[in-house]
Write a protein that binds this ligand. Structure first.
Ligand SMILES: [Zn+2]
Length: 550
């Protein structure tokens, strides 16, 4: 077989335990045809083979992003970004500049606000002082709270409150009007819709399909948002991703891009099961699984939320929140009901991914996976838990025992990357600092690991994510949770592929697998851990095609 591309003079980490290191790789027709030393691979070159000298840099399997939100992440690239904006003056300056640049936008939407951006809980009145006459809103970095001004609440039709499903809340003030704080997706959905972005958010808000079905022009707008997201991912070395919200429509848009030759990563999209659904809704998951099953677009799994997040007090925990005796929050699916749902999903041969942040939510989820295994027998299910920000020590060995993947986001740990240690660590309480954001402890306990950004919740940059995993500071009095380099790289490549049932396609560099490759700007093994975040992506190749050149 004639190679059309050879990458040589690289420090290759194949993630294939049978031959972990190599110097060069040959690619033909989108697949790897040889991995080996320079002399043997370079000898394969013919006149029309493109040969790229990697200059001694690290070459890895293309990064496998195990948890992100491609559709609304792509849409949010056009929003005001508030990472590192602190205090009312800076917030006002940012919004005024954004308003001037977007005179016709029906909603001025900002992303990345943190919960203590002002020195008091934010209300609509704070935002009215910044811009009173146009709808404006801020989405919290964790995407679980939005703060809106009065104009936005009025246009959205929720200024006087709204009936919400369990777990979602339009917070009301003593004056009988909404305060401006909107908790969880269905509460802030009407505000997002003002900006024309209802469709990108459907997959996470309700899991339903758009109705009426979007026109071709609307679909083209949506495909462009996804294409922006894909280009952003390619820049960061990503060649595969697990989208963590979804519906059939999202996959239809991706198939449209695939037909146009614009699909630059392999994408797995779940059916999103919400508490108000009954088990027959899983027929839609079966349909998605049937309709999308090639090397690029797949489904085959169901995403659920078991709880909310720590900062807003919606994470379901076993102990009480500090200063709130008896308050644990609650699971979105009570244990017995989750057991029944998990058993049915598993019976259909589908994988399950559950967002579980509090230790109560984590335990409820593990119990459900155990119930499914008892009912259906042990199979290669690879059910996974997303986040696991708190875990009771007695539940740690159950992950390995039940084969549950810990899908973790190293950038989420307070102090590791862009999220401040406080107030989050206070909301958790000092007595629990040894049970939170465990990476190394879970790895050492044998849990399969997959790492991710949860973009747009944090920066999609895999290099910064690797840096966060390598360098994260320990919480006072708690154990060191830094993970060794090779394990980190595995969790961003082969570990992710395994956790997504894609290891027969990608995730390692070996003959016959897809030519999904990333070349870094230097040798990661000889780079000081605190300098890894600053490394750059030189080349991203997906299916043998160069999707980014740095
Ligand atoms: Zn997420």
């Amino acid at each position: 077989m004639t190679p059309d591309l050879i990458l040589t003079n690289a420090r290759i980490l194949t993630m294939n335990p049978a031959c972990p290191r190599a110097e060069a790789v040959a690619v033909s027709d989108g697949r790897i045809i040889a991995v080996g030393n320079r002399a043997e691979i370079e000898r394969m070159a013919l006149t029309d083979t493109e040969v790229i000298d990697c200059g001694g840099s690290t070459l890895l399997p293309g990064f496998f992003e195990s948890h992100l939100h491609l559709f609304f992440g792509g849409a949010e690239l056009a929003h005001l970004q508030l990472t590192h904006v602190e205090g009312e003056d800076a917030l006002a300056r940012a919004f005024h500049a954004f308003a001037a640049a977007n005179p016709d936008a029906p909603l001025l939407m900002a992303q990345g606000g943190h919960y203590a951006i002002l020195d008091h809980p934010m209300t609509r009145h704070d935002l009215d002082r910044i811009i009173p006459d146009r709808p404006i809103a801020i989405c919290a970095h964790d995407h679980h709270t939005v703060w809106a001004n009065t104009a936005a609440l009025r246009v959205a039709g929720i200024l006087e409150g709204a009936e919400m499903p369990h777990g979602h809340e339009v917070v009301m003030g003593e004056d009988g009007l909404a305060t401006g704080e909107l908790r969880e997706f269905e509460a802030f959905g009407p505000v997002i819709a003002i900006g024309g972005e209802k469709r990108p958010n459907l997959g996470i808000a309700t899991g339903e399909e758009p109705s009426p079905w979007p026109t071709e022009a609307e679909q083209a707008i949506d495909r462009a948002k996804i294409a922006n997201g894909l280009a952003h991912a390619a820049k960061h070395g990503i060649t595969s991703m697990v989208n963590m919200d979804g519906n059939h429509y999202t996959l239809d848009l991706l198939r449209g891009l695939q037909a146009e030759g614009k699909l630059t990563a392999r994408v797995k999209v779940p059916f999103h099961f919400k508490p108000n659904m009954d088990l027959t809704a899983l027929d839609r998951a079966d349909a998605m699984t049937r309709d999308f099953d090639d090397d690029w677009l797949t489904s085959g799994f169901v995403k659920m939320f078991m709880d909310g997040v720590i900062d807003s007090g919606t994470a379901f925990r076993l102990d009480s929140y500090p200063g709130r005796p008896g308050y644990h929050s609650e699971p979105l699916f009570p244990g017995p009901r989750f057991n029944e749902i998990a058993t049915e999903i598993d019976r259909r041969g589908l994988q399950i991914a559950v967002h579980a942040i509090g230790d109560g939510a984590v335990r409820t989820t593990i119990n459900g996976y155990e119930a499914a295994q008892k009912a259906n027998g042990k199979r290669d299910s690879r059910h996974r838990i997303e986040h696991i920000e708190m875990i009771d020590p007695s539940d740690i060995p159950r992950l390995d025992a039940l084969g549950i993947t810990a899908s973790l986001q190293p950038p989420h740990a307070p102090g590791a990357m862009d999220f401040a240690m406080f107030p989050t660590l206070d909301v958790i309480g000092r007595t629990r600092w040894n049970d939170i954001y465990l990476c190394r402890t879970l790895a050492e306990a044998g849990a399969p690991l997959a790492f991710a950004s949860d973009w747009p919740v944090t920066d999609i940059s895999v290099m910064r994510g690797i840096g966060a995993a390598l360098n994260r500071p320990a919480f006072e009095g708690a154990e060191d949770q830094r993970v060794p380099l090779m394990q980190v790289l595995h969790a961003y490549t082969a570990g992710g592929a395994w956790a997504a049932h894609r290891e027969h396609v990608t995730g390692t560099l070996k003959t016959g697998l897809a030519a999904d490759i990333v070349v870094l700007s230097g040798d990661i093994e000889t780079t000081a851990p605190d300098k890894v975040s600053a490394m750059e992506i030189r080349l991203t190749i997906c299916g043998g095609r160069i999707t980014y050149r740095g």
